[in-house]
Ligand binder design. Sequence first.
Ligand SMILES: Nc1ncnc2c1ncn2[C@@H]1O[C@H](COP(=O)(O)OP(=O)(O)OP(=O)(O)O)[C@@H](O)[C@H]1O
Ligand SMILES: [Mg+2]
Length: 366
Amino acid sequence: MRVIAITNQKGGCGKTTTSINFSACLHFLQKRVLLVDLDPQGHSTCGLGIKTPKGTPTIYELLSPIQAVPPSMTQVIRSLYPDFDLLPSNAALNALEEECNFMPNNQLLLRELLARIKAQHARYDFVVLDCPPNLGILTWNALNAADEIIIPVEPSFFSLHGLGKISETIQVVNRSRSVPIEVHALLTIFNSLTSFSQEVHDEVRAHFKTQLFRTIIHENVSLREAAAAGQSIVQYAPGSSAFQDYLNLAVEYLERDWDRKLPSQELGWHKVFQNHFAPRSMPDGILFQFSNKTAATVEIAGDFNHWVPEPLVRRSDDGLWQKIIRVDMKTFRYKFIVDGEWQVDPSHPLQKENAYGGLDSYVELS
Ligand SMILES: Nc1ncnc2c1ncn2[C@@H]1O[C@H](COP(=O)(O)OP(=O)(O)OP(=O)(O)O)[C@@H](O)[C@H]1O
Ligand SMILES: [Mg+2]
């Protein structure tokens, strides 16, 4: 069970939008996810259409040290879908800070709660924490419970101003940890048409270096509409570029996870995932990707379509071309056709010689 806190003291930078949609995309990729709303604003809760009328137990009752008879975990955890649950929150959580202000270990309440959840509901692969926009007791609880953090940064002057503060906070967190917290940064609400966004991108990349996800979450009205409809983007607009952005984020995150877990000598299908654009398994088939900013057409042909070229769709301003193809084969060969020129997949290392003396890209599903 990996715990990921989505945190930044800066308000309105996309923490909740990322918590909801990153969780939903991890679930879309068949991971078992618990989303924890740790913000008394309760935005992850209402953004997923969950109501908590007075008297409904929420995360507050599970964390509060003054509950005479705390509710059971199953009374509080709400199932959104099989294997996608929510620990809801509402304004009652505001009381926690005052209640446990002078309590020893008041920053470890969530860690203890998650240990209990792990013991009783060991089924989650990922726990995602939506943090409030301040460095109060709730955020410290999240930082002490998390294995890693994702820092959403939206392009604004104030965001850049806050980067130094974030680094200081991470240093403080690491003082009491044997393993340093893993840090990822994410550009959100990005408008590629403004040069200011680009300047912020350069500055954030210089600050976070490889910790910055290559995926960018672009400004997209579907994300606002999805929240208003009480749905994740997976439900609300699975054909939108906003869905594609968050799916790319989940995939890139999982790749980092695989890189960490896999011994480098391990071969087989997982190896295929190590490159960002290499083919990868999706619920509907295999996702093929090709990065080229200048090409007018990119097609794919292989064993699975009898070598009849099919077009990829250009998805983003960055020149990312994609297509999901249902493949019912354990091994297959393929090639891209870029503006009429046949070529092997530059992102995928496995190749096999073909009958014409050339090379095909080759995939072996394990
Ligand atoms: N990529 C996006 N495109 C368009 N609107 C967005 C995007 N991401 C977030 N928003 C909108 O921006 C506003 C702030 O986003 P969000 O609530 O996710 O931020 P937050 O960091 O959780 O805020 P808070 O600090 O108050 O918790 C919301 O209205 C949300 O719908
Ligand atoms: Mg929020």
